[in-house]
Design a protein around this ligand. Structure first.
Ligand code: HEC
Length: 193
């Protein structure tokens, strides 16, 4: 009988088709599932080398001090400094009043006490920058003045930034002297401004 001879062939074809669909189906799902796995974002941090410091006049001036951001967040850094209403500076921020002292915003959790700021005491010359001291609440400047002890007096919302109105005791030197120290930054300028 014709139907009796066709039937096993039909079953075999049907079985092959079913296997194709099942395996094909599974096969096509696998890459989709794999593409959903997200690679974790690397943690942003700025671990400064001496050569990363530049002449103050290659930074962005905001009122009396200078700012930079080496991780691409300069707009946010400048916005917080300019508004002068407080705010947490983004990671990668560099702040300087004078060539020899800098505050650098490290990764979240770097040092909760210093609000993740790393303090630097630097030596500057025509040859460039050398790092004398770096770290947290223990760092002192050339006069033995402790960076954190003074800067911690800034109101909380100002993220340890003193300026003139944030609650820190004023510096014992006037603006004229500060401007003079800024103007005579001995390091070579990258830009001719
Ligand atoms: C005697 C207290 C004192 C010490 C010590 C001190 N600072 Fe300051 N610092 C100030 C004050 C006050 C200002 C604001 C000055 C102004 O704008 O007239 C300032 C300004 C700054 C600024 C500009 C941003 C801001 O907060 O206004 C930076 C950056 C800075 N200091 C870093 C340091 C670092 C780094 C050290 C240590 C190596 C240090 N300072 C030591 C009191 C101090």
């Amino acid at each position: 009988m014709r139907s009796a001879t066709r039937s096993p062939w039909f079953s075999l074809v049907a079985l092959c088709f079913a296997i194709f669909v099942v395996i094909g189906g599974c096969g096509s799902d696998t890459p989709k599932a794999a593409s959903k796995v997200e690679t974790p974002k690397p943690i942003e941090d700025l671990n400064m080398a001496a050569t990363d410091f530049v002449n103050l006049h290659d930074m962005t001036p905001v009122r009396g001090f200078f700012v930079a951001n080496k991780l691409g967040h300069l707009k946010e850094t400048v916005a917080i400094a300019t508004a002068n209403k407080g705010g947490k500076y983004p990671v990668g921020t560099i702040l300087q009043l004078v060539p020899q002292e800098a505050m650098v915003k490290r990764r979240a959790g770097f040092n909760p006490k210093t609000k993740d700021w790393e303090f630097f005491f630097l030596t500057t010359s025509a040859a460039g920058t050398a790092i004398d001291k770096r770290g947290g609440e223990e760092v002192v400047n050339r006069f033995g003045g402790n960076c954190y002890a003074c800067h911690a007096a800034a109101q909380g919302k100002f993220d340890l930034v003193c300026e003139k109105t944030h609650g820190c005791a004023p510096l014992p030197i006037g603006d004229d002297l500060i401007h003079g120290i800024q103007a005579t930054d001995p390091r070579p300028l990258a830009t001719k401004n």
